[in-house]
Design a binder for this molecule. Structure first.
Ligand code: FMN
Length: 382
């Protein structure tokens, strides 16, 4: 840990011990090349979200394969501080995938070798990012329009890598050029070890729905593992995707923001669907977090982020995630009004704790009210 603001905060975290609860469960695993992925629920790479602190929390809750944010191969190859920090992971944070973007095969090879030497489990090539700044330079989803360049990149990377190489992509550039099947076949031919597919075009951005049929087509077209991605917001969505497409695993993005419990919910749902042993079922934790657990998670996430980036950046970056953590709770949208006041850790905790205290009281109030009604009911019938 050389790039964290406070590396001591990470020194004692035992990633394996914290994820032991789900690793012991009878879950379906799969392989990417020779790497065993211990369950089928993966954390999607997300800029400003899947940094080291959040990855630790997602893993504890059940995410099997986690990913860094997207790193520019150019920035990495020249040793850019921020990219080096984004590449960083804990020694036992495995399996982990480091994602790169770029267009220059030679620069990408250098970046990929750095990642391999650093000890990543696998590398992922971004062929899906729809953001203007990225596609303007020809990388991200623009590579879907340039299969010849994509092939050259893969040919530069593959022979130099001892670790698995995976590709994450979209359906195609636009409605008229959906080419996920062709691109997946090209990748397989060039020795790629797994495909991750978000079946929307670049033009769609997030419009419409993820096209599950396309995941099924890609799965049918190649023999390497295909990981489905897109619109998984609940455990039921994950099982629907697995069943509808035959994909090997699902990768969860937006559904995991402010909601690391989605991985726990998937894991628990799988055990419930496939095992009837009372001992196994009785040992499962509750799928849904209590208010206390939510608050503890928010505090821990924020403190880890502050230890990683420093308090000032953490306060800025955490706001959006905080709103996601509160989603669905009473009056959570009104909390948005407090966001500009969260200018220090002290203020942050004070406001968040006050909000949780209030809704806990409402909870108790609601329970008392329900009990009073119930007593009234029993008195009447008694
Ligand atoms: C905030 C945010 C940041 C993202 N950053 C990346 C990224 O760095 N690399 C990448 O391949 N995809 C990125 N994505 C796309 C997700 O990995 C995923 O493919 C997409 O959100 C669809 O999955 P979902 O419906 O589960 O969110 C990002 C998505 C979001 C919402």
């Amino acid at each position: 840990m050389s790039h964290a603001a406070d590396p001591t905060a990470f020194a004692d975290i035992d990633v394996n011990a914290r994820s032991r609860w789900w690793r012991r469960l009878p879950l379906v695993s799969f392989r990417i090349a020779d790497v065993e992925i211990p369950n089928r629920y993966l954390l999607a790479p997300m800029c400003n979200v899947t940094n080291l602190p959040y990855r630790l929390l997602a893993r504890e809750q059940g995410a099997s394969l986690v990913s860094t944010e997207m790193l520019s191969s150019v920035a990495l190859a020249v040793g850019g501080e921020r990219s080096l920090q984004m590449m960083e992971f804990l020694p036992d944070e495995h399996p982990i995938m480091v994602q790169i973007s770029g267009t220059d095969p030679e620069v990408m090879r250098r970046a990929a070798e750095m990642i391999q030497d650093y000890g990543a489990t696998m590398i992922n090539l971004n062929c899906g990012c729809p953001v203007k700044k990225i596609i303007k330079g020809g990388s991200g989803s623009a590579l879907l329009r340039n299969p010849r360049l994509l092939r050259r990149i893969l040919r530069a990377l593959r022979p130099r890598l001892r670790i698995p190489l995976t590709v994450k992509m979209r359906a195609g550039w636009d409605e008229q050029s959906i080419n996920a099947v062709e691109i997946a076949r090209l990748c397989e031919d060039e020795g790629v070890d797994a495909i991750m597919l978000h079946p929307r075009t670049r033009r769609q951005m997030y419009d419409g729905q993820a096209n599950l049929d396309l995941i099924a087509c890609v799965k049918h077209a190649v023999r390497i593992p295909v990981i489905g991605n897109g619109d998984v917001f609940t455990a039921a969505d994950a099982f629907d995707m697995l069943a509808a497409t035959g994909c090997d695993a699902v990768m969860i993005g937006r559904g995991a923001i402010g909601n690391p419990w989605i991985f726990r919910q998937c894991v628990i749902e799988e055990v419930r669907r496939t095992h009837s042993s009372p001992n196994v079922l009785a040992a499962l934790p509750s799928p849904h977090p209590s208010l206390d657990e939510r608050l503890t998670m928010i505090r821990r996430h924020f403190d880890l982020l502050a230890a990683y980036t420093g308090e000032e950046i953490a306060l800025r970056v955490f706001r959006r995630q905080l709103m996601a953590y509160l989603k669905g709770l009473p009056h959570s949208t009104t909390f948005r009004g407090h966001l500009p006041q969260l200018t220090s850790r002290h203020m942050f905790l004070e406001r968040v704790e006050e909000y949780f205290r209030k809704i806990a009281q409402r909870d108790v109030g609601a329970r008392d009210h329900a009990e009073a009604q119930m007593n009234g009911f029993t008195e009447k019938v008694g």
